[in-house]
Design a protein. Structure first.
Length: 427
């Protein structure tokens, strides 16, 4: 399936009518937010901090505001005042909310990435009155949503009141995130540091062993999707000898840049988010080799079904012996949400020649806890059901389970567990 600018444009909702006037003062901009409003906050690694600081300074204006955040990588100033007047809804739990777990002002609403569009659409259950977004400096009368596009673009195009923070750190990315300057009710120019993704400080031999095994499943000509972390990075690092690969993913990372420079990647990379780093920000700026797209393209089942040899690569907290997987909780602690994993696992299952890899380290707790488990025990959720299981990879082996069921599947998965912990699982 060919994905280009015209197809991306066809998947975008119309821009709501242009506004009149454009404030450039943060305090003045947020003062027009009505009491009781539902406010969409976008940005991922680069939330509009100047606008949020102005809201904190003027919090006495409101008795209740509900802030909806699809994904977040940093704590926000408004988190210091939960319920006074700020209440929060997140569609993707993350460590940014660490100090708000259990607070009555926070609601975690797990959602697939593909659901974001419908949830926050004008007729959706989380339709918003105001959108706060971060954008690049204007070029030729337009700005770009930059690093976080897929989770933000529908709200940014359709919400009645749109306030933007122009941050000089944000690259101008091409595709779905481009918006005319006149679309905004306010554009506040203020540069805040963006949160760079964590870089591993040392080699990870376990991730490398997993990468060696997983790379054998990915054939030349595949279209790859991957998550974040040391294991996906290790897998991608072992694809430099491949040819004719394409990237259709929820995100792009520095590993994609290296594969592109090695001549491995064909065509433009399609993504909704950017794994932020200074190198990638510089490379992605106005780069036609990367096109940012809405969820209906990056994660939509209809689109994924039309991609030949679509290979989804994701990790998990734990995998049960029936093949089901938990990606969201460690013990009783929420660490993440479903995100794009359910979309991509299903997409791989309906792609002609598609494969779904679940790659994880076999143990936690210093080798004392098996991450291959008898079953996913409540309250931990089943993020990926057993019928989507295909290939499970650990440092101890690779289990192809799509064609296996019952005891055969369980035995195959026991075979990739830590040898010291297999006996209990085998029983």
């Amino acid at each position: 399936m060919k994905i280009d600018v015209d197809l991306i444009e066809a998947h975008l909702p119309p821009l709501r009518p242009s506004t009149s006037g454009c404030s450039n003062d943060a305090e003045q901009a947020v003062s027009i937010i009505p009491d009781g409003a539902r406010v969409f906050v976008g940005g991922g690694a680069a939330a509009p901090m100047a606008l949020l600081r102005a809201m904190v300074a003027q919090r006495h204006r409101w008795t209740h505001l509900e802030l909806v955040m699809p994904m977040l990588q940093q704590r926000l100033p408004v988190f210091e005042h939960p319920g006074e007047p700020f209440h929060f809804v997140t569609l993707q739990a993350s460590p940014a909310f660490k100090y708000l777990w259990g607070h009555r002002a926070l609601r975690v609403q797990p959602a697939r990435y593909s659901d974001y569009t419908r949830l926050c659409a004008p007729d959706g259950p989380l339709a918003c009155d105001v959108a706060l977004v971060t954008v690049s400096p204007p070029e030729r009368g337009r700005v770009s949503l930059g690093l976080s596009v897929g989770s933000v673009v529908v709200a940014a195009r359709t919400v009645p009141l749109v306030l933007g923070q122009v941050n000089s750190e944000i690259p101008y990315t091409l595709g779905a995130g481009e918006l005319p300057v006149g679309h905004f009710d306010a554009l506040v120019v203020e540069t805040d540091p963006v949160r760079d993704s964590r870089v591993a400080d040392e080699a990870d031999p376990i991730a490398d062993a997993i990468g060696d095994r997983a790379a054998t499943v990915i054939g030349d000509g595949s279209t790859i999707q991957f998550g974040v972390g040391s294991i996906p990075n290790a897998i991608l690092a072992r694809l430099s000898g491949h040819r004719g690969l394409r990237v259709h993913s929820g995100l792009v990372s520095e590993a994609c840049l290296r594969l592109h420079e090695a001549g491995v990647i064909e065509g433009p990379m399609i993504a909704g988010e950017v794994v932020n780093s200074p190198v990638l920000r510089a490379w992605i700026h106005r780069n036609p080799n990367v096109l940012m797209a809405p969820p209906s393209i990056t994660h939509g089942a209809a689109t994924l079904a039309g991609i030949e040899q679509f290979v989804a690569i994701n990790s998990a907290v734990e995998v049960a012996l029936d093949g089901s997987a938990n990606l969201e909780m460690v013990g009783t602690q929420v660490i993440s949400g479903p995100g794009g994993a359910p979309d991509f696992a299903f997409g791989a299952s309906i792609s002609n020649g598609g494969r779904h890899l679940t790659a994880l380290k076999s143990t936690a707790g210093g080798g004392t806890i098996s991450r291959l488990v008898e079953f996913i025990e409540p309250p931990r959720p089943v993020t990926l059901p057993s019928y989507l299981a295909d290939v499970v990879v650990t440092e101890h082996g690779l289990a192809e389970v799509r064609a296996l069921g019952g005891v055969e599947r369980a035995r195959a998965l026991v075979g990739v567990a830590d040898p010291a912990l297999r006996a209990r699982l085998a029983r």
